[in-house]
Design a protein around this ligand. Structure first.
Ligand code: ATR
Length: 283
């Protein structure tokens, strides 16, 4: 019987069912994780139905913010990030959590042995993915975060939220077209997080001028897209350690699994169960 679901609009691309069911099967819990297309206007009705029919839900675009007023309780990390990607439902009570930030933090440790604490980050992008992960990084002890984004106001909102949390993380904004500012920011970071949606389409431009990477071959690059993007191709040419977004998906899903089951998932089973979407490439 389906007890867990991923919902989104669109959602058919989601890798979560195969990945989560691989972990559930390893624990002898058959395949209780399904998928459902829920449009924004259907979300309130779906949440009320879920209250009495499911134990866990993962939410993807565009529901991560919209679900906020519909849950009964939020974990502190969901409150800080103003984003919810996981629901735990117990006796009709709905708890909202955000596992994206910790998912990226663990992915950096797994892929590069890079801790968040004390490190300097450069985020390309200030949309939903950047918001949830950067705010988590600030609360997890990142030394600094510079945001480069087409729309400055979105980066400023994240920076204001980080400041309001009383974090010691030093935050700044640089316009992607400000070459000197970008050069300075890239020179002075330990890790680039590519969190724009650029790269999903093959003819997308890179998120910034890739020549800038030559300024700092000592950094590492994590692209949240799971394709061999132009950014990753150039990084590989320059010998810069880099990876695509698969491990973040695995790790955020593993954290949801822990919340629901109080059990440790078999991460390798989840990695093996994860199938890249059409056109996806493991990087
Ligand atoms: P997600 O939930 O995947 O983060 P999102 O919230 O729509 O999606 O954010 C998309 C990110 O990609 C934003 O940083 C967006 O920049 P803006 O804030 O300026 O919109 C960035 N992005 C998308 N298309 C872009 C483009 N053509 N050029 C530059 N940045 C782009």
């Amino acid at each position: 019987m389906i007890k867990y679901l991923v919902i989104g609009d669109p959602v058919s691309h989601s890798r979560s069912p195969k990945m989560q069911n691989a972990a559930f099967e390893k624990c002898g819990l058959s395949s209780p994780y399904g998928i459902r297309h829920v449009k924004p206007e259907e979300l309130p009705q779906f949440i009320e139905y879920a209250r009495n029919h499911f134990r866990g839900v993962n939410l993807t675009v565009p529901h991560k913010q919209m679900v906020f007023p519909l849950v009964d309780e939020l974990t502190s990390r969901a409150k800080c990030c103003k984003s919810v990607n996981t629901l735990l439902i117990e006796n009709g009570h709905i708890l909202g959590d955000s596992t994206d930030g910790v998912g990226l933090e663990r992915a950096l440790m797994h892929n590069f042995s890079l801790p968040v604490k004390g490190k300097r980050f450069f985020f390309a992008g200030a949309g939903g993915a950047a918001r949830a992960t950067a705010i988590h990084f600030a609360t997890a002890g990142a030394k600094s975060i510079t945001f480069a984004n087409r729309t400055e106001s979105k980066a400023r909102e994240i920076i204001n939220d980080i400041t309001a949390l009383g974090s010691d993380c030093i935050c700044s904004f640089v316009a992607p077209q400000d070459r000197a500012g970008m050069l300075d920011a890239i020179k002075n970071c330990d890790c680039i997080i590519q969190a724009t949606s650029l790269g999903l389409k093959d003819d997308d431009p890179p998120p910034f001028d890739l020549e800038l990477l030559e300024a700092n071959p000592a950094l590492v690059i994590f692209d949240t897209i799971y394709k061999n993007t132009k950014l990753l191709q150039r990084a590989k040419e320059l010998g810069i350690p880099c990876s695509g977004g698969k491990e973040m998906l695995i790790q955020q899903g593993a954290e949801s699994f822990r919340l629901w089951t109080q059990q440790e998932p078999d991460l390798d089973a989840m990695r093996n169960g994860f199938e890249l979407p059409p056109g996806g490439v493991e990087v």
